[in-house]
Ligand binder design. Structure first.
Ligand code: GLA
Length: 379
């Protein structure tokens, strides 16, 4: 897979790249909208990846970034310390700024970057985190995975200005083959949990770039407001996810709508995710799957981040007897995951039929495997 980025670098800049690295997309098994609330997430890295090939720019071009990708082909040329382009190259510029802040990694010379990816954009598979993590790993291969995740997170959050949590960059950097990652976003504790179950990915085809960005920012503001109000009850509360689950009645009394629903989702999703991780650890897939359905219901009803297409997929999966199903990622479109038994050949066609009946088009369904996180590639 690294070949297209390496070839593109060569074609565009007339010399081979000096280094390359790749990073995966992700699906989140459970723990939605908990990361920026200081709760747990349970994602896996998937096989589709983004590769960044890098090399030095022309002499005397200090501070210039030249970036190209197989998707857009035109070369973006900017002074990365002074300006931030619109679109994908802003992530690379954000990474450079963060690496530079980390004591001059890389030196502030000219940089050339070529990107190739088999991750769809806007499908909820976190193509932006894969891009930022791949670029960071290629530019600073000696940094530890957690540092790479931090650089990529700040590039997206502080520079590009998407108010995301730390989940996507963390799993892209720390992912492990055949494992899910239980990541506690307040303590930053990470636990790898074996994951070998069959998981389907259903792409609803509804791209969610704009609505998800807007929805995410709106929900974050609501969660911050909820914390502010709940501090009257519990002054030491810092994260919404730290509100004790057994105090839900008190939380409900303290908040009006819509903050009440948003907060109940975050607090119950936090408990559900930790329980789900335990069940997965014990190999109890059936009970684990039930929690996926519950999580979807909570996202749909309380957090209001689902879409009719996602609900159609989850309902069809349930009717067909799948172990569990839910939206994955921010929601408001994008993809759903469906957990199926080893010999289940019925669920996928049943979802396909239901989707076609409802929307007159097909929803691509593929099987996903828990794959490796970021690594360098030979050039
Ligand atoms: C987006 C964000 C993540 C996380 C999810 C919702 O994917 O980038 O940080 O907040 O939404 O769980």
């Amino acid at each position: 897979m690294p070949r297209p980025a390496i070839d593109l670098f060569h074609e565009t800049f007339g010399s081979p790249p000096r280094a390359a690295a790749s990073a995966p997309g992700r699906v989140n098994l459970i723990g939605e909208h908990t990361d920026y609330n200081g709760g747990p997430v349970l994602p896996i890295a998937i096989a589709q990846r983004t590769t960044a090939a890098i090399g030095p720019g022309a002499a005397g071009e200090s501070g210039v970034l030249e970036a190209v990708s197989t998707r857009y082909r035109n070369v973006v040329r900017i002074k990365w310390q002074e300006e931030l382009p619109k679109g994908w190259a802003a992530y690379v510029a954000g990474v450079l700024r963060e690496l530079w802040a980390l004591e001059g990694v890389p030196p502030d010379g000219a940089v050339r970057v070529a990107i190739a990816s088999d991750l769809p954009v806007g499908a909820g598979l976190s193509s932006s985190a894969a891009l930022a993590v791949a670029a960071a790993k290629a530019l600073a291969p000696s940094l530890k995975p957690r540092q790479i995740a931090g650089v990529a997170f700040r590039a997206e959050h502080d520079h590009v200005g998407v108010r995301c949590g730390v989940m996507d960059q963390t799993i892209a950097a720390l992912g492990k083959r055949d494992h899910a990652l239980l990541f506690e976003c307040a303590s930053l504790a990470a636990t790898q949990i074996p994951f070998g179950a069959r998981l389907l990915l259903v792409d609803t085809g509804k791209r969610h770039d704009l609505s998800a960005g807007k929805g995410l920012n709106e929900r974050r503001a609501e969660c911050e407001e909820a914390v502010k109000r709940l501090k009257v009850e519990l002054p030491e509360l810092r994260w919404l996810a730290s509100w004790p689950a057994e105090w839900l009645p008190r939380l409900k009394r303290a908040l009006g709508e819509p903050l009440r629903s948003r907060a109940v989702h975050v607090v119950s999703e936090t408990a559900r995710t930790r329980f789900a991780a335990q069940l997965l650890q014990q190999g109890k897939l059936k009970q684990f799957g039930k929690l996926l359905y519950e999580s979807h219901e909570s996202c749909r009803r309380l957090y209001e981040c689902s879409s009719p297409e996602l609900d159609t997929v989850v309902a069809a999966a349930k009717r067909a007897g799948a172990l569990g199903a839910r939206l994955t990622g921010a929601g408001w479109g994008g993809a759903a995951i469906v957990l199926v038994g080893k010999n289940d050949n019925e669920t996928a066609p049943a979802i396909q039929r239901a989707f076609e009946r409802a929307y007159g088009r097909t929803a691509p369904i593929s099987e996903v495997q828990a794959s490796a996180g970021a690594h360098t590639e030979r050039v």
